[in-house]
Design a protein around this ligand. Structure first.
Ligand code: JCQ
Length: 254
């Protein structure tokens, strides 16, 4: 998977060099290219923003640098992946569609993703129109209903969520199956040794007996029950979505 990131703060993406993503890069599973948007300006001040037409507070990102940057990135990506290669262009954006595990699953199968990090109040609308009219697949992704100062932090989160699902990146693929949201439900409670623990307040805390029973059928059933109960309690919206999808074994209302 090739990933390009267009940003005013390349250093923000440095953590992608570390750990999971770093290993994926070293093994050639992920090919990350971070680009400084200001390199696609030509004035002395390397201007990327201006005041909003129609007035209003803050600044808006100018269209010209973006158009030039996307053209350069498309050329570089096609040189590497072939002239037919087409990227998915993702703009982290509070006005975007909610990014969820299902999105990460879907995007983890893509060959090429270009992330565009907005700053200030946002990007001139004509940039999105220019890309869409050029046949480029564009997605606006929201991490949640709050505003960050820019897209970089969102790109770190989205990239980690996607890349960890790419085959070969996480050693034990088994661990990807049973985590929260992978089945549309929250994960069951986890325990490890010691089975019996006296905490610093002197309280004895025992792990559920069933987990020591060795009866894997009953343990699986208990875990499923715990996931459903926990989802019903903390995220009933997920439970309704799961029922609407008719997920295997979804609990239907009695
Ligand atoms: C496109 O223009 C802008 C402008 C400002 C910040 C951002 C970054 O995205 C977010 O803030 C965000 C994404 N999900 N939840 C919050 C983009």
């Amino acid at each position: 998977m090739r990933i390009d990131v267009l940003t005013l703060f390349p250093e923000y993406l440095a953590p992608l060099e570390l750990s999971l993503i770093g290993k994926a890069r070293r093994e050639g599973i992920v090919d990350l290219h971070v680009h400084q948007l200001r390199d696609f300006t030509h004035d002395r001040h390397r201007t990327v923003d201006d005041t909003p037409l129609g007035g209003g507070a803050g600044m808006v990102m100018k269209p010209e640098p973006w158009a030039e940057a996307f053209a350069a990135v498309q050329a570089a990506g096609r040189a590497e992946l072939g002239e037919q290669a087409r990227p998915l262009v993702v703009f982290p954006n509070p006005a975007g569609a909610p990014f969820a595990q299902a999105t990460a699953q879907e995007w983890s199968g893509r060959d090429w993703i270009v992330f565009a990090c907005g700053r200030y109040e946002g990007i001139d609308e004509r940039v999105y129109e220019h890309l869409a009219d050029g046949g480029v697949e564009v997605a606006l992704a929201s991490l949640g209903d709050y505003v960050l100062n820019g897209g970089e932090v969102a790109v770190l989160a989205i990239t980690e969520a996607i890349v960890r699902l790419v085959p070969g990146v996480v050693g034990n693929a088994e661990s990807l199956v049973e985590e929260s949201h992978s089945e549309g439900l929250l994960e069951y409670p986890l325990y490890t040794r010691p089975a019996s623990w006296t905490d610093p307040d002197g309280t004895l805390r025992e792990a559920p007996e069933i987990l020591l029973s060795g009866d894997h059928g009953r343990i699986a059933a208990w875990r499923r029950e715990q996931s459903l109960a926990r989802t019903a309690q903390r995220r009933p919206d997920l439970l309704e979505a799961s029922e609407r999808r008719g997920d295997a074994g979804a609990v239907t209302k009695p």
